[in-house]
Design a protein around this ligand. Structure first.
Ligand SMILES: Nc1ncnc2c1ncn2[C@@H]1O[C@H](COP(=O)(O)OP(=O)(O)OP(=O)(O)O)[C@@H](O)[C@H]1O
Length: 595
């Protein structure tokens, strides 16, 4: 094994989103205007000695309350004869320095403690949180005023302390994100691969934490500038330091003589803090990506209708030219289904096969109308017995789900709620799709559980999911799925999570139930053995489209598409031919106890 397997390599991954985030930020007029304003302020501040004719504290008697436009005093003079323009420009520097110190300390302390506390947890996190909780109990502004003798009115020291007071907010933000990332499987994989904690934090946690921290920086800067101005307004700090707050305070005293003395600093302070907040919002939008309008298959009205062809007229379920996309990190649509066309006839079993990522599950979810909100069906049609499902409102789809179309998932255990007994969950499912009373639903649940081969249904009804095996759990889910005798059963890799003997039993159960109830089964699988075992027809998927379909015998005997040939060649070599006879429903001798 290499020291850093590809599995955990993420160095290149953030690059594309970062570039597109920058592009989105540049394209956002709000970001352009606010960033432009802030840039102009900062440049003016840096050029202060060159763009002003006087020092900020230079007082000239003749300039006392000089009006706007007085030669050498473009914005006039204040009540002490100082140049208002010069004081404004030099105040920008005070604000910028305050923002840098306050935010820098808050980010440095909050980020490092958040990463440590979030990653290590336990006592380390307990100790850090105790300190931060203590800091949060301090009344911030009051503390800064009380500490004035200590800070000697130096706004830089004051902002340093203010940064510490701001740190708990950053800490909580970083800690929460870190705790989430720490539980990801790829972080476990990195740990197992031997990466040092520092490397894991830098490589896996930091890219996730970075976005929220950058966004919060703009808001922190805004609050540091406001607090520094507020303290100066109250007279905390040296009167020699030019500051918007001090200027507002003087302007306030002189309000009736010359109101403009108050307006200039208030305007600049307001524009700079508002720009920071708005820039923060734009940054958030840019970094979090463009949020596409939610569009489930059932709700979308945009999907282009596809004319029906004659060959699927008699099909129970027909999918025509189904196209589906998800937004990529840059917000651009990424096609996932590229025109899927397939039919399922009443009473038959169709195997939907293809390698991982080919779009099998997305096709199944589109039929069920349970695609994530960000999925968009751009084109195509899904018809159940002639009734169009694309564009059907959620209420219409809900009426079909569990009644006409049922679903059996891949992971039986994770599809059962650990807080409720098996009985409660099966009864709830039956009552959701029928008008049965609780006692009738319970009787039906007992009957169904017995029917799917659960040896002691009464006892099983009282058990919790963790008390039964995976095979039993799958039988329970199948029982719930067929409770309302659906016309179509979609089984998404129903045996993948089970061991080989239980797999065979579950397939036999599905076959028997199908024969008995006459339902059609759409079996999503990547396993040709399963297809050979149970399916009548098969459709092969590659890159979001069906590349070949036909009866199982025909496709197995004479695969036409090179991809099907390749799949068959690779899978049949490894498959083991089943020799055990099928289990009949009710044959509890090999039943769930084995599962
Ligand atoms: N929420 C999502 N956002 C973006 N892309 C997604 C999302 N869900 C699925 N996809 C993409 O859709 C494609 C098809 O996924 P799908 O789950 O249908 O594959 P599959 O053939 O069922 O594979 P598997 O056998 O591994 O489940 C994949 O490329 C996947 O990355």
């Amino acid at each position: 094994m290499s020291s850093e397997p590809a599995l955990i390599g993420t160095e290149a991954a953030p690059a594309a989103p970062k570039r597109s985030a920058l592009r989105r930020l540049i394209r956002d007029p709000q970001a352009d205007i606010t960033a432009g304003l802030l840039l102009v302020f900062v440049i003016l501040g840096l050029l202060a000695p060159w763009v002003t004719g006087h020092g900020p504290n230079e007082a000239v008697l003749s300039a006392v309350n000089a009006p706007v436009g007085t030669p050498g005093y473009p914005l006039g003079g204040d009540q002490n004869g100082r140049d208002i323009w010069a004081r404004l420009i030099y105040s920008i520097n005070t604000s910028v320095l305050s923002a840098l110190i306050g935010t820098g300390v808050a980010i440095a302390v909050g980020l490092s403690c958040g990463l440590i506390g979030g990653y290590f947890g336990g006592r380390v996190r307990g100790a850090i949180e105790w300190v931060f909780n203590l800091i949060m109990t301090f009344p911030g502004i009051l503390l800064l005023i009380v500490l004035m003798p200590l800070t000697r009115g130096d706004f830089r020291v004051t902002m340093l302390i203010f940064g510490v007071l701001l740190a708990p907010g950053t800490y909580r933000l970083v800690r929460n994100v870190t705790v989430g990332v720490r539980n990801e499987l790829y972080v476990d994989a990195a740990r197992v691969a031997g990466l040092s904690t520092l490397r894991i934090l830098g490589r896996h946690v930091m890219p996730v934490v970075r976005g929220p921290v950058i966004i919060s920086t703009a808001f922190l800067m805004g609050s540091a500038i406001s607090v520094q101005a507020g303290l100066a307004f109250l007279g905390v700090g040296s009167s020699d330091v030019p500051s918007f707050g001090a200027m507002i305070s003087y302007g306030f005293l002189n309000l009736y003589v010359d109101p403009l003395q108050f307006v200039w600093p208030a305007l600049l302070l307001g524009v700079s803090t508002a720009s920071l907040v708005l820039l923060g919002n734009s940054l958030r939008d840019a970094l979090e990506g463009a949020r596409p309008k939610a569009s489930k298959v059932g709700a979308t009205a945009r999907a282009k209708a596809v004319p029906r062809s004659g060959d699927d007229a008699g099909a129970l379920l027909s999918i025509r030219d189904l196209r589906l996309s998800y937004p990529d990190p840059g917000g651009e649509p990424k096609p996932v289904l590229n025109g899927v066309s397939v039919t399922l006839n009443a009473g038959e079993t169709l195997g939907l096969v293809g390698e991982s990522g080919s779009g099998k599950t997305q096709t199944a979810f589109a039929v069920l109308g349970v695609l994530p909100a960000e999925a968009t069906v751009t084109e195509g049609s899904i018809r159940l017995d002639g009734r169009e499902l694309v564009g059907l409102p959620e209420r219409g789809l809900r009426a079909l789900r569990g009644r006409e179309i049922a679903y059996v998932p891949q992971e039986p255990m994770s599809n059962l709620d650990p807080s409720f007994t098996i009985g409660a969950q099966v009864v709830e499912g039956i009552r959701a799709t029928t008008a049965m009373s609780r006692s009738a639903a319970r009787a039906r649940a007992l009957e169904l559980l017995g029917h799917v081969g659960i040896a002691d249904p009464r006892r099983t009804m009282g058990l919790y999911p963790h008390q039964i095996s995976g095979g039993m759990a799958q039988r329970v889910l199948i029982a719930s799925a067929v409770a309302s005798r659906p016309r179509v059963l979609i089984a998404d890799e129903p045996t993948t999570a089970l061991d080989v003997t239980i797999q065979a039993e579950i397939l036999d159960l599905l076959r028997e139930l199908q024969r008995e109830m006459g339902m059609a089964i759409l079996l999503v699988t990547h396993n040709f053995g399963v297809v050979a075992d149970i399916c009548d027809r098969m459709a092969v998927m590659q890159d979001g489209r069906i590349v070949e379909s036909g009866t199982v015998l025909d496709v197995f005997r004479e695969p036409r598409h090179p991809y099907t040939k390749k799949l068959l060649a690779s899978i049949l070599d490894e498959s083991v031919v089943r020799e055990d006879p099928p289990v009949l429903i009710g044959d509890t001798t090999r039943g769930p106890g084995h599962g």
